[in-house]
Ligand binder design. Sequence first.
Ligand code: HPA
Length: 276
Amino acid sequence: MTDTYQKLQACYQSFSEKIHFLPAVALVLGSGLGDFADSIQMEATLDYREIENFPVSTVSGHRGRFVFGYIGGTPVVIMQGRVHYYEGYSMEDVVLPIRLMRLMGAETLILTNAAGGIGAGFHAGDFMLITDQISSFVPSPLIGPNMDELGTRFPDMTHIYDADLCRIARETAASLGITLQEGVYLQMSGPAYESPAEVRMCRAVGADAVGMSTACEAVAARHMGMRICGISCISNLASGLTDKPLSHEEVKEASDRMAPRFAALLTGMVSRIGGQ
Ligand code: HPA
């Protein structure tokens, strides 16, 4: 048994001693989007600090707890705040919470983030359905001895983002009158925002949005066979596409402005997923 697997089991043990709840859907809320968790029918919460050895975020705008409850009757676990590779955690630690939510019982994962827009016709304030991703600029979370208990050594990544979940996201957005852009998400390590030349590189390799999370989590989740949906909140146009310098405050403010539409979109999506 690997150290990573033992640590995961210890976290699961800690969870199961404190919480008795079986989630069907797991959600990860990105920068500035965490307030959504406060609006659901909440049954229990678990601070990351209460789980021994659990990675805790150091970034402002990221709360650190799991919220358990119901959205439109569907049992969910929500990560209110995630950890990032740039905080200095190993990739194994960065994806540990995703693996833990799978062990809790969640088979479906909704990943959200704030991201810089690159795609033609994208505007700050848009939502983007992630249809595929590029994770090649950060290390794989699967490096190291394979944990056969979780998944296969060489997992297929042809359909990282589930076609049915994408359809549900499109239908929900359309029913709410929310414009949903679509495209490829590229993960950079951060924490610096990209240079304009890097953004041109991202565009040249096929990215429509760039951020500092999500793709590694999706790889770990696919390794475990989860069905994944990804939504980026385009908080800004990426560096060099406008004259404005980028700041974390601006990203958080933009996410705040998107929060009501984001909450409606997520609520509608999860309700529909539960009804499947
Ligand atoms: N780049 C990387 N990450 C981000 C951005 C960006 O422009 N905006 C929000 N997160």
